[in-house]
Design a protein around this ligand. Structure first.
Ligand SMILES: CC(C)(COP(=O)(O)OP(=O)(O)OC[C@H]1O[C@@H](n2cnc3c(N)ncnc32)[C@H](O)[C@@H]1OP(=O)(O)O)[C@@H](O)C(=O)NCCC(=O)NCCS
Length: 333
């Protein structure tokens, strides 16, 4: 498969990394052609990330003579999703030069990255790929990876309009029941939010998500979180009882770099009591959050969810646009 004049070697010097950052910028531009609301990035944004990856992990390049055809890298996450050590390749850490045989290149690079991960004790191989990088998705699938996470986004203004249309459509069917009160969560809600959060953790622990060692925030952690600047949570309340919540904040370390920026509100917690699902509560909570984003001058909203989470994937796929997919492969000793 490998051309006789092509070779894989580690990227390290400034020149190598600058070339890779240029390819990263081209791949990102392609992503933004399909999803123009994502924040712009340039090679200068990717260079320090690639330098970090070369220092802390590994970045391999496939070369034809002196030309970089493609690169891919990884670093070690000590306890990936509470499941043990994993090698992880972020979405910006894989790109190919125009005209390169991308599918083959990514597979060749993975063949050389996998032993590095094993040496580091990482039997879980994971990563993320732009939703527009179809060759990466195909190459990963045919190397034994499966999609485990959807990362998605939508401009807040566009989302507010879509939600208003969905609400109007649902009203027309007469399927919506009693209307709980929607309001911003306060510190006094910490106990009730902890109760709902532990139900969310139980949902993620149950089939088919089967996430190990899930746990929600306790009341003390909720009170601390609610007091943090830039956080927002809304609740649906009926006769003094909370039926659901939605929380969001600036994108955290586990959210793709593609949506990081001062303009983004990242959703990272959502739950509605099972007995009250499909009544439009989720829709109403998201509408309140979109209005909050717009009122705070935040133009973009993002979310991620497990692909195995049936309800969540169905909900988010209706209102958000996927920009990246998280992948995972299990190997053994
Ligand atoms: C995801 C969740 C919060 C949605 O809350 P909800 O109040 O039931 O959602 P809504 O009633 O507002 O649904 C709005 C639309 O989303 C879609 N949707 C929601 N749940 C769905 C499901 N189970 N299957 C298919 N579509 C679904 C539908 O298009 C629905 O509109 P419709 O009922 O008119 O067809 C709820 O299912 C839940 O708590 N799930 C468990 C916790 C969880 O997975 N949280 C998300 C973590 S990322």
């Amino acid at each position: 498969m490998r051309n006789t004049s092509s070779a894989i070697r580690e990227l390290s010097g400034t020149r190598d990394l600058e070339t890779a950052a240029g390819l990263a910028a081209v791949a990102h531009r392609r992503l933004c052609e399909g999803l123009p609301f994502l924040p712009e990035r340039s090679a200068a944004d990717f260079l320090p990330r690639l330098a970090w990856m070369a220092r802390e992990g590994i970045v391999l390049g496939l070369f034809e003579g002196e030309s970089l055809l493609a690169y891919s890298g990884a670093f070690i996450v000590e306890d990936f999703r509470h499941e043990g050590p994993a090698s992880f390749c972020p979405d910006w850490c894989r790109a190919a030069a125009p005209g390169a045989k991308t599918f083959d290149a990514y597979r060749l690079l993975y063949r050389d990255l996998a032993p590095w991960a094993r040496e580091k004790g990482a039997l879980i191989h994971a990563g993320c790929s732009y939703s527009t990088d179809l060759e990466a998705i195909e190459a990963l699938s045919l190397c034994g990876f499966g999609r485990i996470v959807m990362e998605a986004a939508r401009p807040a203004a566009e989302l507010a309009l879509a939600l208003a249309a969905a609400s109007a459509e649902a009203e027309g069917t007469g399927r919506r029941g009693a209307r709980p009160r929607l309001r911003r969560a306060a510190t006094a809600d910490a106990e009730s939010l902890a109760r709902l959060d532990s139900s969310l953790a139980a949902h993620l622990a149950a089939s088919p998500v089967l996430m190990p060692r899930t746990r929600g925030r306790d009341a003390v952690e909720w009170a601390e979180w609610l007091g943090r600047e830039g956080t927002a949570a809304f609740v649906a309340e009926e006769e003094g009882r909370l039926l659901g919540f939605l929380k969001a904040e600036a994108p955290q370390y586990d959210v793709s770099f593609s949506v990081h920026g001062d303009d983004t509100l990242a959703i990272d917690g959502f739950f509605v009591e099972p007995a009250r699902r499909r009544e439009g509560l989720g829709l109403a909570l998201l509408g309140a959050m979109a209005a909050q984003a717009l009122g705070s001058g935040l133009g973009l909203m993002s979310v991620d969810c497990e692909t195995t989470n049936l309800e969540a994937l169905a909900f988010w796929s209706r209102f958000f646009r996927p920009f990246a997919w998280g992948f995972e492969r299990r190997t053994c000793d």
